[in-house]
Write a protein that binds this ligand. Structure first.
Ligand code: ASP
Length: 439
């Protein structure tokens, strides 16, 4: 069994956390390739090392004295080394990083040093080989991943390495300069390494025991999802559930490798399995609930709209012209509604509305702002009768007025539009009827 194990920033924020991580790795021989993040927050008001690096580099770039910020970063790492009781001298590393900051080696270089140093420390502590991702993760000129080359380099480099630590978050351009993924990108590195070495499992260790059925800021102690499909996860992530970096799914999904989300602080919890397909029936009919606030509905009415061919296309072209993407378009016989993310619309609203008027000359054109969209997601909904009925009776009981309904053709989600002010109440009532009532 070859497993890739990625540990997030809070899992590696202090020597104490490093010790937990080492114990987890040593408890399973399959855990051979380790991808660390930079040290994250040790407590709620703490600062992530990546943010400290960005700030420090900005000071250097503006030719100001960055020594104080630099030594705060250095202290974070020295603290870890001291707490682990290993003989690792970080001085040469910091001397080089400081020189490169003065030379203005770039923001990406600066940010990447958090994962780099954490990798050096973790490799020394575990006795694993350190592999610099600059050697094996390559980007195209336009900044996108060169997946084919990367796959080959990863495979070749790790083929004969029994156990390795490969820092997350960055790789290199063709000319060797450092390039990072977007924030949270160590998840992507883990996924790429898993595909490259054809791992049997990609374990992603974090500070929660898996993907939750609903947002813990709305539902206290929500249930954890035991198994979720990639498709369901995509629906939930799109609607705001933050689990993994969005781009981390593709490489492993393509290679048919499941992901297991695990908790470094509760290693016995089984976590959530993210899989391509499963015959496991979800515990609660629904798999999860997620949602986002701040949408606006643009309601367009015109008599005989149904027979006016090209009506919908013309309406949508007004949004296209101003670079606005739409979320949903529920429609009736003589009505059509376009739902848009409100902040993207506000600035251009008058232009778009004028354009619609010119293009289709509607009988009425109304705006309904401050809407929230809620996605109830579950592969189990396809088979279960009455799911929609249960959702709407729960909402009616909670006195939530439903503004829009849209059931995706995949039948794994139902989208409901409510007023922003009803958002939390709506989520709680749906959670209660499907989850709390079933416990
Ligand atoms: N350290 C980077 C960040 O804070 C990448 C990561 O943690 O995945 O975004």
């Amino acid at each position: 069994m070859k497993k890739v194990v990625k540990f997030g920033g809070s899992s590696l924020a202090s020597a104490q956390q490093f010790k937990k991580v080492a114990e987890i790795i040593r408890s399973d021989e399959g855990r051979r390739y380790v991808v660390p993040s930079a040290p994250g927050k040790r407590f709620r008001t703490d600062t992530k090392v990546t943010d400290m690096l960005y700030a420090c580099y900005e000071t250097a770039e503006n030719d100001r004295d960055f020594s104080e910020k630099f030594s705060e970063i250095r202290d974070r790492f020295e603290d870890i080394v001291r707490g682990l009781n290993i003989s690792l001298d970080l001085s040469p590393y910091f001397a080089e990083i400081s020189r490169k900051f003065t030379e203005k080696a770039g923001r990406d270089y600066a940010a990447s040093r958090g994962e780099y140093l954490n990798g050096v420390i973790l490799a020394a502590y575990l006795g694993f080989t350190f592999v610099d991702p600059a050697e094996i993760i390559r980007f195209h000129e336009d900044g996108t991943l060169n997946a084919d080359l990367t796959d080959e380099l990863v495979r070749k480099r790790l083929e004969n390495v029994e156990q390795a630590v490969v820092p997350g978050f960055f790789g290199a351009m063709e000319d060797g300069s450092i390039r990072t993924f977007s924030r949270g990108g160590s998840d992507i590195t883990g996924s790429i390494i898993a595909r490259g070495i054809k791992a049997s499992l990609y374990e992603n260790w974090t500070d929660v025991s898996g993907v939750m059925v609903a947002d813990p800021r709305i539902i206290r102690n929500p249930e954890v999802i035991d198994t979720i499909t990639y498709k369901e996860l995509r629906e939930l992530s799109y609607m705001g559930a933050t689990v993994l970096h969005e781009d981390a799914i593709f490489p492993v999904r393509q290679a048919g490798i499941p992901i297991n989300i695990r908790n470094t602080n509760a290693p016995d919890d089984p976590g959530t399995m993210i899989v391509a397909r499963t015959c496991r029936i979800p515990k609660f009919t629904i798999t999860g609930i997620a949602g986002k606030k701040n949408f606006v509905a643009i309601n367009i009415e015109k008599d005989m709209m149904n027979s006016e061919i090209g009506f919908g296309r013309r309406v949508l072209s007004a949004f296209e012209k101003y670079g606005i993407s739409f979320e949903h378009i529920p429609s009736g016989i003589d009505t059509m509604t376009v739902i848009i993310h409100q902040p993207d619309f506000e600035e251009k609203e008058q232009k778009v509305l004028t354009e619609i008027t010119h293009l289709v000359n509607p009988d009425s054109l109304e705006l309904e702002p401050d809407l929230a969209l809620i996605a109830v997601v579950g592969r189990g909904m396809k088979e279960a009768r009455g799911t929609a009925g249960r959702i709407f009776s729960a909402l009616a009981h909670a006195k939530v007025n439903v503004k829009m309904i849209d059931q995706g053709s995949s039948e794994i989600n139902i989208i409901i539009g409510v007023k922003n002010a009803d958002f939390e109440t709506a989520i709680r009532s749906i959670y209660d009827i499907f989850v709390t009532a079933q416990l």
